[in-house]
Design a protein around this ligand. Structure first.
Ligand SMILES: C[S@@+](CC[C@H](N)C(=O)[O-])C[C@H]1O[C@@H](n2cnc3c(N)ncnc32)[C@H](O)[C@@H]1O
Length: 278
């Protein structure tokens, strides 16, 4: 039987997703918008928007003459984004439910900036998906993406998947960094400054640059479990009954403590490039 889709997994993160926002999604989204030099009056497209960490930050910057379109296929996250925008008095932002890979071919040249926080590596055929989105930018418009830097979350996710494997009595999944004869995992193809700059250039973008946002979060039980339930990591729990999930939770938190992990490495790589001017 096929597992849950990415949209279903992220929809199910909805109650916990914004517990992670103040410590991870939020600072990364604010920094993404700042490094993309989003400005007053800009038209911004934020893809894989979740609840709007970068989209809401952009809406605050572009002001009433600018506009932000935020797109994600997890309808519950989009609902939360809309509610936050309304509560913040932002009327210059639209949250839309949709698959961002279906956006290419529409609104060509419409946007000054295209932002994407922690989303590109989920897209099927990452290169072609992003290449096809570039024409939505006006010539000279900027693409800005946030991804995990290097071995961010490595110890954390290894401990988690080891516990999932223990309770399900199955081998742990190989993980993005495991040696393999197949193509490298999208996450590891763009996880250093050099790799992501090279990647953006192969897509036809120009003036690419990247920098690291140090994001180390103190390892508390509350944050650690919210990071699982409020991210794609949650997918590994689907189909488990409540007792089994609790077994994973307690084993995982104990393992993090036993391994002496005092902070969660959420270091983020932020890259910006431009559509060539014509
Ligand atoms: C880790 S979350 C990041 C959300 C947000 N950008 C942030 O930084 O808080 C990744 C998001 O990508 C969305 N996503 C993945 N593939 C997508 C696709 N093809 N179309 C629309 N959304 C997608 C998921 O639903 C999820 O909300």
């Amino acid at each position: 039987m096929p597992g849950p889709s990415i949209a279903d997994i992220f929809d199910s993160t909805s109650p916990e997703f914004d517990l992670v926002t103040p410590l991870v999604w939020g600072p990364a989204g604010e920094t993404l918008v700042a490094r993309a030099q989003v400005s007053l009056g800009d038209r911004v497209l934020d893809i894989c928007s979740g609840t709007g960490a970068s989209a809401l930050a952009a809406a605050r910057v572009v002001g009433p003459d600018g506009h932000v379109t935020a797109v994600d296929f997890a309808a519950d996250l989009i609902d939360r984004g809309r509610t936050s925008a309304y509560a913040a008095g932002l009327r210059n932002i639209d949250f839309r439910v949709g698959d961002v890979t279906a956006l290419s071919g529409h609104d060509q040249g419409e946007y000054d900036v295209l932002t994407c926080g922690f989303g590109v590596f989920f897209l099927p055929d990452m290169d072609n998906s992003v290449r096809n989105l570039l024409p939505l930018l006006r010539p000279g418009g900027r693409l800005a993406v946030a991804v995990w830097h290097d071995d961010a979350l490595y110890d954390f996710t290894s401990a988690y998947f080891a516990e999932v494997a223990r309770v399900t009595n199955t081998p742990p999944p190989p993980g993005p960094r495991a040696p393999s004869d197949g193509p490298p995992h999208p996450i590891t193809r763009i996880d250093t400054v050099d790799k992501i700059v090279g990647w953006l250039e192969t897509l036809g973008a120009v003036d690419a640059s990247a920098s690291i946002l140090d994001l180390r979060v103190p390892r508390t039980d509350e944050f650690s479990w919210s990071m699982v339930l409020g991210s794609g990591l949650r997918g590994a729990l689907s189909g488990m009954d409540a007792d089994t999930v609790e077994d994973v939770r307690t084993g995982f938190l104990q393992r993090l403590s036993d391994e002496g992990i005092t902070e969660v490495d959420c270091d983020t790589l932020i890259a910006v490039a431009a559509r060539p001017a014509e």
